[in-house]
Design a protein around this ligand. Structure first.
Ligand code: GLU
Length: 476
């Protein structure tokens, strides 16, 4: 795909790691221990399908067990391979450490084209893959907890959860063996939207710091900002939807598998998503101009570029031509190490993947805790909270009436104030807090240690330091 040779994905992540550790005081031994991938399990299994045995290859890589369980999604895609799974597992270690979810890093993948199989066939394949991993404790509530990733979603997680339960009938915590489940299998409200929501919260926080905005040559708020999104999957769709519908940003182009559609007035993301679902691509979406060579649209002028699809899409071959002053990495690894150096040199601000897309694993953490507590968040306190609010409202109304003050609370204020936090509100609150505080920790390093130079390196410095502390406290 690229004209200029570049290191592999895993090597690219290692180079980013090394760029950060040069600013840290780690012993070479500890640095190496943190960097390397602990283990990668490869399994080849057969499933009888359409009258013959089909062999599939799957992986589960564990990058770091400094905390357990280890966490990370399972990807279904044809190009899944060991190098990629290991890179993604390493990113999970740094991501979890950065946002403070108490997990080590892992990732899984199955080399498969999910579109090539019927639902019942996919179920058989998924259950068989899960069986192989469960047998080896590579899916386990206390040891390794997968989640959705590219090509997988709630449906696959429900199959995996059920498979685990069948094989561990007396494990009272069986539901915590995987996250991203549908609600009726022990999922949590807000998990599906979580990664896209996290991207939105990350941008909100970035825009709260005029000094950071200025570094990107931007000013003002998100309203009217021109956004280009690559990938209208779960992450890209939700990010684009929230930014356009709630923040007034204009999504001027969406790049998909079959090309890109452009509308400078701003696309209706909901309508476009429905079009893509029905037609299998963006081509032909009314009222827009279509570009078959979608990747070229990454280079179009805009304020914010959101790669939300594959790794390596911004590479040495196109990095110099990227015009967006701000890139937020909703995908894992969309910018190669070589491209990152080019972008840094020309002053492009990159909000890095390990932070930008951490909303998914953050809400996975909430789901895992919910499963272990066996209770929905808010169940105990919601009505108590409402009763407290009601006391205040009634007291204000009494005061007003007794003293003839004629005060009247706005009905919408009253309604909102009297509504206690349900699970979704609590999940969003926890996610927002995580995205805000993590950004502040990153920017403190970015601004406080000029030699570090950029947000990505700052994120790595912060994350690696946390992992190192855990190792040291264990006496390593
Ligand atoms: N696959 C997602 C990621 O790359 C989510 C992982 C998780 O929730 O464990 O971060």
């Amino acid at each position: 795909m690229h004209m200029t040779p570049e290191p592999s994905f895993r090597a690219s992540v290692d180079l980013m790691f090394k760029r950060a550790t040069q600013f840290m005081n780690l012993s070479p031994g500890l640095e190496e221990k943190i960097r390397v991938c602990n283990s990668t399990y490869t399994v080849r299994f057969g499933v009888r399908l359409r009258g013959k045995i089909e062999t599939f290859t799957g992986y589960r890589s564990v990058h770091s067990e400094h905390m357990e369980p280890v966490k990370g999604g399972i990807r279904f895609a044809t190009n899944v391979n060991q190098d990629e799974v290991e890179a993604l597992a390493a990113l999970m270690t740094y991501k979890c450490a950065l946002v403070g979810t108490p997990f080590g890093g892992s990732k899984g993948g199955l080399s498969i084209d999910p579109r090539a199989w019927e639902e019942h066939e996919l179920e058989q394949i998924t259950r068989r893959f899960a069986y192989e991993l469960i047998k080896r404790d590579l899916i386990h509530p206390a040891q390794n907890v997968p989640a959705p990733d590219m090509g997988t979603g709630e449906r696959e997680m429900a199959w995996i959860a059920d498979q685990y339960q069948r094989m561990n009938t007396t494990d009272i915590n069986h539901r915590a063996c995987v996250t991203g489940k549908p609600l009726n299998s022990g999922g949590i409200r807000g998990r599906v939207e979580a990664t896209g929501r996290g991207v939105q919260y990350a941008l909100h926080e970035f825009f709260r710091h005029p000094a950071d905005l200025a570094r990107a040559g931007l000013q003002g708020g998100l309203e009217g900002k021109r956004v280009i999104v690559q990938g209208l999957g779960n992450v890209g769709y939700h990010a684009a939807k929230f930014l356009s519908e709630e923040d007034g940003a204009k999504v001027i182009a969406v790049i998909e598998r079959d090309g890109a559609v452009i509308d400078e007035r701003g696309l209706d993301i909901q309508a476009l998503k429905e079009w893509v679902t029905q037609n299998g691509g963006v081509k032909g979406y009314p009222g827009t101009s279509y570009v078959e060579a979608g990747a070229e649209v990454l280079e179009h002028a805009c304020d914010i570029l959101i790669p939300a699809a594959l790794e390596g899409v911004i590479h040495k071959g196109n990095a110099a031509r990227i015009r967006a002053p701000l890139i937020i990495e909703a995908a894992n690894g969309p910018v190669t190490y070589g491209a990152d150096e080019i972008l840094r040199a020309k002053g492009t601000i990159v909000i890095p993947d390990l932070y930008a897309n951490a909303g998914g694993v953050t809400v996975s953490y909430f789901e895992w805790v919910k499963n272990l507590s066996h209770m929905r968040f808010g169940r105990m306190q919601r009505r108590a909270e409402e009763a407290h609010s009601r006391m205040l409202v009634e007291e204000l109304e009494r005061l007003s009436a007794d003293r003839g003050l004629g005060w009247e609370l706005r009905p919408d204020f009253k309604e909102r104030f009297l509504t206690g936090s349900d699970e979704l509100a609590l999940v969003r609150s926890g996610l927002d807090d995580t995205m805000r505080t993590t950004y502040q920790a990153m920017r403190a390093i970015w601004h406080g240690r000029p030699e570090v130079g950029d947000l990505r390196t700052a994120a790595y410095v912060f994350a690696i330091d946390r992992v190192a502390r855990t190792y040291r406290s264990k006496g390593l």
